[in-house]
Design a protein. Sequence first.
Length: 256
Amino acid sequence: MKKTLLSLTITLLTGSSIAQNLIVNGDFEDYSACPTMFGGLYLANGWMNPNTASPDYFHTCGSGGFAVPLSDLGYQQPHSGFGYAGLVIKNSTPFLEQRDYMQTQLMSPLSIGTTYELSMWMSLADFYSQFSSSSFGALFSTVPVTTGDDETLPQTPQVLNDPNNYLASITSWTFVSFTFTADSSYSYVTIGNFYDDANTLTQPIPTGNWPKAYYFFDDITLSVATGISEASDVQVNIYPVPFADHLNVEVNNSTD
């Protein structure tokens, strides 16, 4: 009996802090081959391109301008590990509506009515970008999204970045997080800019070489939103200690 009660107590104290990441290869560590050219995202296991544009993959084993940390698009160490992805968020004339996206199948379908947190780390590519942008988000779907061109996807994403949250750092990684409640058993997620050019928000960056907004992405996670940050006032009382054949557990949640 003592072992059973102790196991219950450990689950109560720590179980809510462990959430499964539903994104396959969200850190872009696993690959089928090293990147050597534009459009190499498909080399990162589990990731695909939903349109005909050229989302990119960077890795320490890469070459031809797609190595890490120094590539043709910018200098950036991975947020973790050895690789990351790259997307055009805002393009330039004559390709104003051209968009890069990245898509992956989730490890399991989402549960209807459950709230999830999607998070990622982003960094603006310093060589390639003359703009920063706040115009990006994520689309969840039950089937893969596909299109025969390289322009803005017509679907409406469930989550969008704050329009005032311009990610302008070219030296460090910025954490971005969204929460949403699933209204269907979604099995895929697609990340990128779902706004047309007229509605894509940008701010100038003086150091870039091209009139684009290009971002590196790393450590993408999707998990059930635990709300653990809101549980700081939870108090757990366990008594008596030591105990013989009975253990009491009380949980008090203060809501001032």
